[in-house]
Design a protein around this ligand. Structure first.
Ligand code: TMP
Length: 252
């Protein structure tokens, strides 16, 4: 692991001070948690794969005009990102019924939604990330209504783009979670996409078989979680098909 000054350790990533002011190094761990840390484990090689997958998706999103925090990948497990003020909201967008939506409303997992649904959760481990509405967000000043308009517009664009990208890779984008942050420069505030986009934060199902290729394999004890993450990376073209020692590169 890096000898840089650690700023924060989360469940799946560690943040270090970056080499320039306004930058941060994101280190991707193999640690996995679910149900707000009640279930803990390790998915071998997950950090390496999520670093690559998130890099790939963030670059594509940048290219189509979504501002992101991503600057460049540094090595197998680290990427350089812009330092942002994280907005304490998890934005979830859903295309197919699954997970907490199925549970909360007694719906059948796998049913196609007639339109995409955007939901908000307050980022608080202590409170178990409760679901909230835009009313709470603006009333408690977590974000302004203008910022929320921007966030929702970006989320819908990201969903359209990523749904197409994953479809091209033989994968259904069932739902996913995004986080956004603020960057202050010259008295201007820009909202950018932050955190990561990976099989940790998305539900990804095989287009033909509905086989789960994401963290639900870990959450639900389905086995072969690392293999599922590798399959996603392979289909996106970020993991060469015949790599024997992909995970062997030394990181210092
Ligand atoms: P949910 O159905 O459990 O609410 O999850 C919706 C999506 O958000 C799913 O793709 C997984 C992702 N997610 C996270 O990235 N982090 C979380 O803490 C949770 C609960 C879900």
């Amino acid at each position: 692991m890096s000898r840089r000054k650690q700023i924060y350790e989360g469940k799946a990533k560690v943040l270090f001070e970056g080499p320039e002011p306004g930058t941060i190094v994101q280190y991707f761990k193999d640690d996995a948690t679910a149900f707000n840390n009640k279930k803990k484990g390790t998915i071998t090689g997950k950090g390496v794969l999520n670093n690559r997958i998130s890099e790939h998706l963030m670059i594509k999103l940048n290219d189509m005009g979504i501002p992101t925090h991503f600057i460049k990948r540094l090595n197998m497990r680290e990427q350089l990102v812009k330092k942002v003020e994280i907005i304490p909201i998890e934005v979830v967008i859903r295309n197919i019924v699954a997970g907490s939506l199925a549970e909360r409303l007694g719906l059948q997992e796998g049913d196609q939604l007639s339109r995409s649904i955007v939901e908000f959760f307050y980022k608080s481990d202590q409170l178990n990330d409760p679901m909230i509405t835009e009313e709470h967000i603006t009333a408690f000043d977590w974000a302004s209504s203008q910022e929320m308009d921007e966030i929702v517009t970006m989320t819908l664009r990201i969903n359209d783009f990523l749904s197409g990208l994953f479809f091209g890779a033989g994968i259904k984008l069932v739902d996913f979670k995004l986080e956004f942050g603020r960057i202050y420069s010259n008295e201007q505030v820009t909202i950018v996409l932050a955190d990561e986009i990976s099989p940790d934060s998305c539900r990804l199902w095989d287009l033909n078989t509905d086989e789960k290729l994401d963290k639900d394999r870990f959450r639900r004890d389905l086995g072969s979680t690392a293999e599922a993450y590798q399959e996603v990376a392979r289909r996106l073209g970020v993991l060469p098909r015949n790599t024997n020692n992909f995970f062997d590169e030394k990181i210092n």
